[in-house]
Design a protein around this ligand. Structure first.
Ligand code: NAG
Length: 190
């Protein structure tokens, strides 16, 4: 079993605990049911379905009577995005030594890992720290933008070399996951 999968399973077990920890009372943070939060946050059916699926994966109580501070849902969506980024980073790392690829494509993967994914993961960690450490959410929108632009840089490196195999679609999933986390974060009034 890959180490990221193990971490993911561990997070699943810890999710209810972490949600309780994140259920802070910050002024202006709405308390909502998970389905309502997903509905308010999602502009498209695709993101809505991803939101519902993510909350179910983390064993969130989906009943309308169960309400949480929206921060708790944001932290879950962010964790799911971080896991997804890490899986892509591992997959990209594995292609650096793939001798069936041209050296340009392998160089692109190296750059994707070093210049795009590692900084993007640090950005997501920073967002997580901010969400957990108080009620000042200033600067989060910019942080999300930076975390998204990193992905787009990697995507464009591969696109310009006409690489469209599996890692490419993983990047697109990462893009959706971080969009979901951003959409939920906007409910905090950022
Ligand atoms: C190496 O790259 C080729 C072309 O994208 C791909 O079909 C193959 O699965 C890759 N090998 C590994 C071990 O990932």
């Amino acid at each position: 079993m890959m180490i990221t999968t193990k971490i993911f399973l561990l997070l699943l077990v810890l999710a209810p605990l972490r949600m309780a920890a994140a259920g802070k009372n910050c002024p202006g943070v709405p308390w909502l049911g998970a389905v309502a939060a997903c509905g308010k946050a999602s502009g498209t059916k695709l993101i809505y379905n991803l939101c519902i699926r993510t909350m179910r994966d983390y064993e969130v109580d989906m009943s309308p009577s169960h309400k949480e501070a929206v921060t708790a849902y944001v932290i879950i969506a962010l964790e799911a995005a971080t896991n997804s980024y890490q899986e892509t980073e591992v997959a990209a790392s594995n292609q650096i030594d793939n001798t069936s690829l041209s050296h340009q494509v392998r160089d692109a993967f190296q750059a994707c890992v070093d210049d795009d994914y590692l900084p993007a993961e640090a950005t997501l960690d920073h967002i997580d720290d901010v969400l957990r450490s108080g009620c000042n959410f200033a600067g989060l929108a910019d942080a999300y933008m930076s975390g998204m632009m990193s992905l787009e840089r990697c995507r464009d490196r591969l696109l310009s070399l006409r690489y469209s195999a599996s890692v490419y679609s993983m990047i697109l999933v990462d893009r959706q996951r971080v969009s979901l986390a951003l959409s939920l974060t906007k409910l905090l009034g950022i």
